[in-house]
Design a protein around this ligand. Structure first.
Ligand SMILES: Nc1ccn([C@@H]2O[C@H](COP(=O)(O)O)[C@@H](O)[C@H]2O)c(=O)n1
Ligand code: CDI
Length: 180
């Protein structure tokens, strides 16, 4: 039952896909907030980190304050080459400014490589520091199927849980608080 003083958490979802850059392109791979030396880079306006981007989009979705394009559009030259960690930290700042606290973020990416397991703790630490809340990351292959199976790109999906810091009028004030 929803009492007048009950805090109702909100979930959000984010999905991001980046294609691998051409083989001759010197872009480096950024994934889960980490640099992966020797791995082929992903294309993108920013550093192309789908894990960080999906996490940021899940936060925006949970707070109901738009999405990645709303806040970090590709028409904004200041985000060219931007680090996914920086975008996630900025997304968390925006969501908190809109009146929400962040419970957690969970991300799963789909790729044949890099092999993520050995660097999971490192990635989770970097992303959790950026979000100021626990971020967990899991990885899977698509069993050789689809664009991820063919090694054409990497996809990531994320969920986030946020909850309003103050109960009153949060539905109306989320956008207004963004301006403050
Ligand atoms: N890039 C990846 C992909 C997967 N893993 C780990 O391997 C496990 C098995 O993958 P399946 O595709 O067969 O589910 C998976 O659960 C991950 O632990 C990985 O580290 N890096
Ligand atoms: C992050 C932004 C902005 O630099 O660019 P991309 O790196 O291309 O990433 P995408 O996931 O397509 O999201 C759009 C933009 O907000």
């Amino acid at each position: 039952m929803n009492g007048p003083n009950m805090i109702i958490p909100r979930t959000g979802i984010g999905l991001d896909v980046h294609a691998f850059a051409a083989e001759e392109d010197p872009r480096q791979l950024w994934l889960g907030g980490l640099l992966w030396p020797g791995e082929r880079g992903l294309s993108g306006h920013s550093d192309g980190d789908p894990v960080a981007h999906a996490a940021a989009d899940a936060l925006f979705s949970a707070a109901g304050v738009g999405d990645l394009g709303t806040h970090f559009g590709t028409d904004r030259p200041e985000f060219a080459g931007a680090s996914g960690v920086t975008l996630l930290a900025e997304a968390a700042r925006i969501v908190r400014a809109a009146g929400f606290d962040i419970g957690n973020i969970a991300v799963q990416f789909v790729a044949n490589r890099p092999k993520f397991g050995p660097r999971r703790e490192e990635a989770q630490q970097v992303l959790s520091d950026a979000a100021g809340a626990p971020v967990s990351v899991t990885a899977t292959t698509s069993d050789g199927l689809g664009f991820t199976g063919r090694g054409e790109g990497i996809s990531a999906v994320a969920t986030a849980l946020v909850y309003p810091r103050h109960h009153e009028g949060i539905g109306q004030s989320a956008s207004a608080n963004l301006e403050r």
